[in-house]
Ligand binder design. Sequence first.
Ligand SMILES: NC(=O)c1ccc[n+]([C@@H]2O[C@H](COP(=O)([O-])OP(=O)(O)OC[C@H]3O[C@@H](n4cnc5c(N)ncnc54)[C@H](O)[C@@H]3O)[C@@H](O)[C@H]2O)c1
Ligand SMILES: CC(=O)[C@H](C)O
Length: 257
Amino acid sequence: MSKVAVVTGSAGGLGKGIAQRLAKDGFKLVLHDINGDMLADTLKEFKDNGIDAVAVTGDVSKQADQLNLVAEAVKAFDHIDVFINNAGIDVVSPFLEIDEAQLNRLFSINVNGVVFGTQAAAKQFMKQGTKGKVINACSIAGHEAYEMLGTYSATKHAVKAFTHVAAKELASEQITVNAYCPGVAKTSMWERIDEAMVARDDSMQPGDAFKKFSGNIALGRYQTADDVANLVSFLASDDADYITGQTILTDGGLVYN
Ligand SMILES: NC(=O)c1ccc[n+]([C@@H]2O[C@H](COP(=O)([O-])OP(=O)(O)OC[C@H]3O[C@@H](n4cnc5c(N)ncnc54)[C@H](O)[C@@H]3O)[C@@H](O)[C@H]2O)c1
Ligand SMILES: CC(=O)[C@H](C)O
């Protein structure tokens, strides 16, 4: 029986790359995103490439949407094996300037979204009576803290802590919970971060913030979605059955801890 993976925020960026890799690994895919149009295009692309996939539109910050996502996945494929809490957003701002609405939105997607996704997946794994894997998107910003990304960093530190505790609470059910912590990948998230950082510094040109961050990578190049998917593929595989509660850096040599 084919395994089934759910990937939130998979219409584009790292989530799409992860979904493509898991399809190559033999998984059936449940794609998910808040952006319905982009999601429809991605589903078509997957299907045109012969991948067995369905798409569910939703907002990870809404508990009901996450329950619906799992229900739709089970309706389509009968069960789930892996749930990837990938969706996340950025805010670029000195913390002194961040307002209540921005902060609430950031935490509700990056933190509440991971909690609600893990709840929905764990309840389904327990109902199935099977093992299961939850894999969360953390970041180098969950291990380090970066100016202008301080509140984003706070959400990723929260994801790290939650990954530890969810792993402890779910271990007796044979459900593992781990996280991948990417470095600097060229997705639309980094296009937005670069634009926002450059807009605040007259001495910078478009692309300079991305260059500055990626210029420190020991392996000498920025990250691709495939680099991230390589780690997630392992964490989603049976080879990772004995690994839980880990937040693993994949950053080409940027943060060492
Ligand atoms: N790009 C990087 O360098 C980098 C580095 C470290 C960690 N990350 C993390 O990896 C994850 C993916 O990042 P990315 O670079 O692909 O971002 P991205 O912005 O390129 O893509 C994120 C996707 O999530 C979707 N999304 C946003 N809010 C959503 C919501 N509320 N519900 C459902 N879907 C939603 C977006 O529509 C988009 O398709 C994020 O959690 C991010 O914090 C990215
Ligand atoms: C966006 C992100 O998490 C790092 C800082 O590149």
